[in-house]
Design a protein around this ligand. Structure first.
Ligand SMILES: [Zn+2]
Length: 394
């Protein structure tokens, strides 16, 4: 009898343990972790003042103070990536701070401010940007402080980012550039700062599946985008969303970034990080939950421009209406639900795809083929005419 009671108790205990774990996992899946992306922190009266990406020091301080006052846990990126890989829940109100490019104000403003609050951040460094005002010595100090960890943001910050420029780049020169941007920059940082570069933020957030595969091959363990949206613990470490913090944001807007929810969709078209050959691809998202149009205004953005859309409430299909063909290269899509009462973006989903055209080398080849073909035709016609004239004369 005691044996059966013990067995019963063991099974009851295991069941409750399973339920707890399961509940934690469910909870983990719905937890959202925003990642903030900054660039520079200069006073508005400097040369940077017209740049939206410049956040004045006063505002940055106010934002950090808000995080501290409201018990936010500023996590190192490494901890977040580890949680993604192991599907472990993170503390409530977790947030990650990142800074892109590498300008002097990271050293003179962000570093002491973060230090003051005992916060940490990741700097995604473009190695060619290191210069007289922002030196390797300063970067070494940041890295050794444990406050700012330095990771990769390519070597040159090329205008096409890591995507191939089909108008000017041959495949071989593109592959060489990719190696320089991904591998050479990584080696430079590792050598100069004696740290391990495992993470990469795409310049301008542009990338595609080919870039992801190459970055993995060169040893990157996580890749960060720039198309907005938040993260859940089921996000892929190779498509980590980030929220840009701009200089014209007030505190209310900043708070909304921290609270933005994930607009769940079960299909995106064209799918994330893929190519399309169409000049006017069909851009749509299948939204999982019905959108209450009395409460929300939908913003459908293509490359940051708000465009008209169609929404079929029955199927959940939200499709973009646009008439101009897309240029070749990376394109951003963002769908946001704005609360009509508060004017706050409550949920969003963003993604990127690439419009691929025919490479210029292929076009050159076709032109050459047509030239040869037409010349041969002309030659043939001339031969026939000459032959006929000769026969007539004979
Ligand atoms: Zn950048």
């Amino acid at each position: 009898m005691i044996k059966y009671i013990t067995l019963f108790l063991i099974s009851l205990f295991s069941l409750s343990l399973y339920n707890n774990l399961h509940a934690n996992n469910l909870h983990a899946d719905f937890q959202t972790i925003p990642i903030l992306a900054y660039h520079s922190f200069s006073e508005p009266d400097t040369s940077q003042r017209k740049l939206r990406i410049n956040v004045p020091p006063k505002k940055f301080l106010e934002q950090l103070q808000y995080l501290a006052d409201n018990n936010y846990k500023v996590l190192p990126l490494e901890k977040f990536v580890e949680a993604l890989n192991k599907k472990l829940p993170l503390p409530q109100k977790s947030v990650v701070i990142t800074i892109d490019d590498g300008v002097e104000s990271v050293y003179s403003v962000a570093f002491p401010y973060l230090n003051k609050f005992n916060f940490c951040a990741t700097l995604f460094l473009t190695t060619n940007f290191v210069n007289k005002s922002f030196t390797w010595e300063m970067l070494n100090e940041l890295q050794n402080s444990g406050v700012i960890d330095i990771q990769g943001h390519t070597k040159t910050h090329h205008y096409c980012s890591l995507v191939r420029d089909l108008k000017t780049e041959r495949k071989t020169s593109y592959l060489k550039r990719l190696e320089m941007e991904l591998l050479e920059s990584k080696n430079i940082i590792e050598e100069k700062l004696n740290n391990k570069v495992k993470y990469l933020a795409y310049p301008y957030g542009k990338y595609d599946q080919f870039v992801i595969e190459k970055a993995k091959k060169y040893g990157y363990k996580a890749l960060l985008t720039f198309h907005g949206g938040t993260n859940t613990l089921s996000s892929s470490p190779f498509n980590i969303n980030r929220q840009a913090v701009y200089g014209d944001f007030d505190l209310k807007k900043f708070i909304s970034l921290l609270n933005i929810g994930h607009l769940k969709s079960y299909y995106l078209n064209p799918p994330l990080a893929t190519y399309t050959f169409y000049k006017k691809p069909k851009i749509f998202a299948m939204i999982e939950e019905p959108i209450n149009l009395n409460l929300y205004q939908i913003l459908f953005k293509l490359d940051n421009k708000i465009l008209p859309y169609n929404y079929d409430q029955k199927s959940g299909k939200l499709s973009l209406v646009f008439d101009k063909p897309l240029i070749q290269g990376g394109h951003f899509i963002k769908i946001q639900l704005v609360n009509k009462n508060t004017c706050i973006v409550e949920k969003e989903v963003g993604w990127v795809f690439t419009r691929q055209g025919i490479p210029f080398t292929t076009i050159k080849g076709i032109k050459l083929f047509l030239k040869i073909f037409l010349s041969l035709m002309l030659f043939g016609v001339l031969v026939i005419i000459t032959y006929k004239i000769r026969r007539k004369n004979a």
